[in-house]
Design a protein around this ligand. Sequence first.
Ligand code: SF4
Ligand code: SF4
Length: 136
Amino acid sequence: MIDIKCGKCTICCGVECFNPVLFPFEEKRFKKYSIKIKTPFQDIFILKRKKDGQCIFQNKGNTGCRIYKKRPVDCRLFPICLKFDKKGRYKLIMDKDVCPIVEKGKSGKKKMEEYLKKHKIPELYGKAYYYYIHND
Ligand code: SF4
Ligand code: SF4
């Protein structure tokens, strides 16, 4: 399982930031905690947020992830972000503005490429992800 060594600052779990999209094989596991977004391709599921805008899995004081060891792949990738174009092709971009462990994250890029290929992520949901990001 891909897992970049995170600094656990929780910045990316907060308001107005990263909203984790569930990969197709995670949808069932997080069903109770996600929202369905309809797209012309396939439905996309994103994690719910609490009333204060923080991720539903942030602990009570918003100081950490309650499911850290089992968090979704999209969280494990950060600071690597997956950006799709309308044909479902992707680029891996480092989020330098938010995450303090950008340098560590760079080493995860190769592993990430292999992971995407193995699980056919672009084929499975690239176009739907693009649609969701650009029509939100
Ligand atoms: S911003 Fe980076 S270091 Fe902070 S919780 Fe997110 S991934 Fe971890
Ligand atoms: S699941 Fe955990 S790591 Fe992912 S956004 Fe929510 S609190 Fe952060």
